[in-house]
Structure formats: C-alpha cells, structure tokens
Design a protein around this ligand. Structure first.
Ligand code: ZN
Length: 305
C-alpha cells in the first residue's frame, strides 16, 4: 500500500480518514514576528487554539487529516505543525513550494537552482504536497520560471501539486496548459479556489482535462442562501460527471498574519463544511457521493490517482 508523508512521519492510505485538502494552521511573515514578537503572534496560544479546533472536528465529524497548504514564504513552520498534529491527533500534511508573493531575489537564481532548493525543502519539511500560486491574469517571467521548477519537482517526487488560481480572472486555463505542457499528469494536479466563481462553464472546461477541482473556499456566511448556492454548484458539477474530481475544503486559518489586525481565531475555521454545507448537500446527494467528496477524492488526490 502506498505511503503518505505527514509532519509526524509516513502513514498508509487507510489511516487518512476524512480529509480537508486545503487548510492552514496559520500564515504569517517571519519578519513581522521578528519585529513585533508576541504582539504579532504568540505561537504557544496558536498551537493550543488550532489543536482545539481540529480535535473538535475530529470528535464531532471524524476528521482524520488536513493538508496545510502554507508554503515557506507564507511562514510554514514544521515545529508548529508537528505540535498541532500531536495535540489534536489529526494528521497534518505539509506543503513545499512558493506562494505568489514569490521573492524577487529568486530572479537571480537559475531554474535548476530553484528546483534543487525545492527538492531539498521537500525532504526537510516532510512535504506530502507541492504548492504553487498564480494570482495575476498573466504570469510574470519569475512566475513562469518557478512554475517550470515546481513541475520538475512534481515529476521527480511524484507528489500532488496544488495550485492557487484566481477564479475571477480565470487564469486557471493558462496555468493548466502550462503545467500540462511541462509533463505533469492531470491526476497529480489540483486547481485551487474554483469555488470563488459562479461560472460553472469555466469550471467544467477545466474539469474536462481531468484535474482535481478545488472547491476549497467555503467561507463563513450567516446567509443560508450562500450554502444553498455552493451545494447547488456541487450538485451540478456531480451531475455533469465530475463527482470524482471535486475536493471540499475551507482555506481556513486559525491565524491569518497577512492582515494588519490579525488575531488568533477563537471560532472554529474548519467547521463550516460539516455544520452548514453538509446538511444542505445531504438533501441533494447520496451518502455514497458525500463520502466520495470527503474521503475518497482527497485520498486519491494525495496519491495522484
Ligand atoms: Zn490557502
């Protein structure tokens, strides 16, 4: 049986359970931490809070695993991830790669050097997924270089590649073509944040290539219509034949240090799918399909199958 790398070591597919395939314990900038210390973030409080959130979802809904999609330049911290996993008893899978806030200094590095750096990072961070991000409508030269490097790392490691795309400017088309052109199989690829759009024809166009579809931004809303609409989109995509490719997640964070008023969240950022979306979906989809969305699809994604 294939093994999956988690922050606490390798586990078997059977141990994954229900998977939230795109979450974050936290994102932050180390230089703010160096400048502001605990005024910015107290990591002890963060570990306790995020472990509590995950344990609650494990106990109430059987959560087994989260994929922490925080790459190094959003502050991935292996020590924090390990402690959260130990305290919550939820498996945590870490990510290697770069966010779209790519460092300008990488302009000075060759594609081969960046590939080598990323391969070393995969090893040292026990990464179970690769992360890449394109936010702008068209890719910069640096972004194109990083994309080639991350595709090389994907082919070398056979790890799944999760790409942040912008569903509003629909850059997923170009990103998908570029990744396929560099030899990455659609089975190894997740196009992220497709739940940000209501344009299901766009999602369908991408889905036809066979990649995974990140329906991974279920946000907090007090409006019942929001969850009804997301459920309707999921049902439509299932009816169009893409039930095997849909991945549900929140893109939730216990601490989002990218904002000036960042604070550790006391409400649970990993609960909305279970508390608000599933009750609607359960009226529309079979138990078997819901199990596929929560368990089989993310497990297959993690194994690139
Ligand atoms: Zn994210």
């Amino acid at each position: 049986m294939k093994q999956i790398s988690t922050v606490l070591g390798k586990i078997s597919e059977a141990e994954l359970g229900i998977v939230l395939p795109h979450e974050h314990i936290f994102c932050y900038f180390e230089y703010f931490q160096a400048m502001l210390g605990a005024r910015y973030l107290d990591k002890e409080t963060l570990v306790r809070a995020s472990a509590k959130h995950l344990r609650e979802i494990k106990e109430a809904y059987g959560l087994g695993t989260i994929v922490d999609c925080t790459p190094i330049n959003l502050g991935r911290d292996l020590d924090v991830l390990k402690r959260v996993s130990e305290e919550s008893e939820v498996h945590v899978i870490s990510a290697a790669g770069f966010y779209y806030t790519e460092e300008a200094v990488l302009d000075l590095f060759s594609e081969e050097a960046i590939t080598e750096i990323l391969l070393t990072d995969v090893e040292r961070s026990r990464a179970g997924v690769l992360k890449f991000a394109v936010e702008a409508e068209t890719m910069s030269k640096l972004s194109e270089k990083l994309l080639v490097a991350i595709c090389s790392v994907q082919k070398e490691t056979a790890l799944p590649l999760i790409i942040h795309t912008n569903a509003k400017n629909q850059n997923g088309r170009a990103v998908l073509q570029a990744v396929l052109a560099h030899g990455v199989s659609p089975k190894a690829l997740t196009l992220g944040h497709l739940s940000d759009t209501d344009d299901l024809d766009y999602v369908t166009e991408l889905a036809k290539i066979g990649c995974y579809l990140g329906f991974d931004r279920i946000y907090k809303s007090s409006r019942a219509e929001y969850y009804a609409q997301k459920a309707e989109h999921i049902r439509t995509l299932c009816k169009r034949g893409f039930a095997d490719q849909l991945l549900l997640s929140h893109d939730g964070l216990t601490f989002n240090g990218l904002h000036e008023n960042a604070a550790i969240r006391e409400d649970n950022p990993y609960a909305l799918i279970f508390e608000r979306l599933l009750p609607v979906l359960q009226n529309e989809l079979s138990e078997q399909t819901i199990d596929r969305l929560l368990t089989q699809n993310p497990q297959n994604m993690l194994l690139c199958q």
